[in-house]
Write a protein that binds this ligand. Structure first.
Ligand code: ADP
Ligand code: MG
Length: 353
């Protein structure tokens, strides 16, 4: 069903759209640093500046370690793990990758393998494991894609026995590009809490987790537009919530007039069709990150089923025709700027067996 939604006057929209992710009150502390190839933006409220700055430094160090540990192609614990998985023998997992592999296995299963971080071979084939992911280039040969998907790499091919790993399928190569940022943000939020900080936002280029509030107000979180430019609206969070968006504008290249983006449908081996962007609101950033990718692949018809399986309540999916599909909860919470938007309200499916 098509419905109208709460609108905001255009002037307010213009003022708000100038702010990327939140509108902090003056006493908030701000810091930026690079991690996971993105500009990270840390906002902390309610503690003295010196305490916030020390926490900021600690987080910058955390992210540097995680970036190195999980990198898909620069040599480190993840590339070592992938080399050993391909050999099929049992080996001791590096401690920096084991918990992330475990949670990825669970979320892959919950997403019906639409979130499938075992398709590292395909991601590499498409040239997205590169420092220049947007460089124009021909897409991979159809035969190579067919061969890669015929081997059906799955996270469930990895046998975990205490601290040891073994792959029953030599085609499994892990790429945590769709979950690493979320998992890293969850670790960093835990660290902030240990440091006595209960009101903060950790924002990785529009993907974020917000805890507590901004003084006497909730945090205000901008939702990126489906084309990656500007802001389509905002939600307010009070407590603990993660907001993650996956979009076809993030990384990709154009070749002979066609655009190829970086979210791959593991069933076809090609960039997922039918979706422009997906925003999910979730409790933890790890699940929200994996779910945004999975729902993007699921597309405008199947997303309510996958969202229910993954335990996500609120979703906004903009399809390739620009129609905004959203849950009733998202409709209630989203303050939308564009009053001409086509909106379709869809409840989640009942969780299946
Ligand atoms: P963003 O990096 O824009 O936040 P995502 O969280 O959706 O986007 O992650 C996209 C990245 O995840 C890709 O660059 C690739 O490394 C990896 N990836 C692509 N398709 C899938 C998929 N179906 N399942 C798991 N990982 C994927
Ligand atoms: Mg993701």
């Amino acid at each position: 069903m098509m419905k109208s939604i709460r609108r905001i006057p255009p002037l307010v929209a213009v003022l708000l759209s100038g702010l990327l992710a939140c509108s902090p009150q003056p006493e908030t502390y701000h810091q930026q640093f690079l991690a996971f190839g993105t500009l990270m933006d840390l906002t902390i409220a309610g503690v003295p500046t010196a305490q916030a700055a020390a926490a900021g430094k600690a987080l910058e160090d955390d992210f540097a370690v995680m970036h190195q540990a999980w990198h898909a192609w620069s040599p480190g614990p993840m590339t070592r793990t992938n080399a050993l998985l391909a050999e099929g023998k049992s080996f001791s997992a590096p401690p920096s990758v084991l918990p992330l592999i475990k949670v990825s296995q669970r979320l892959a299963e919950q997403s019906d393998n639409l979130f499938n971080p075992a398709i590292g071979h395909l991601i590499k084939l498409w040239g997205f494991q590169s420092d220049e992911p947007n460089r124009p280039r021909p897409p991979p040969a159809a035969e190579l894609i067919r061969q890669a998907i015929a081997k059906h790499p799955r996270m469930s091919d990895i046998i975990i026995d205490d601290f040891r790993l073994r792959s029953t399928n030599p085609a499994v190569q892990i790429d945590v590009g769709a979950i690493g940022k979320g998992y890293g943000i969850d670790i960093a939020i835990g660290h902030l809490r240990e440091l006595g900080i209960d009101n903060a936002i950790i924002n990785a280029g529009g993907d974020l987790r917000a805890i507590g509030r901004n003084g006497d107000r909730p945090w205000r979180i901008a939702i990126r537009g489906a084309d990656g430019k500007g802001v389509l609206g905002y939600v307010e969070t009070d407590g603990d919530e993660s907001v993650f968006t996956s979009g076809d504008y993030e990384r990709g290249f154009t070749w002979e007039g066609r655009h190829y983006h970086h979210i791959i449908d593991p069933r076809t081996g090609y960039p997922a069709q039918g979706t422009h962007s997906v925003t999910v609101l979730g409790d933890d950033a790890t699940t929200a990150d994996a779910a945004a990718t999975a729902l993007f692949v699921a597309g405008p018809d199947d997303w309510p089923r996958i969202a229910a399986r993954m335990g996500i309540k609120d979703v906004l999916l903009v399809d390739s025709d620009g129609v905004m599909h959203m849950t009733p909860g998202m409709q209630q919470r989203l303050h939308l700027f564009d009053d001409g938007a086509k909106i379709r309200i869809t409840p989640l499916a009942e969780p299946g067996p």
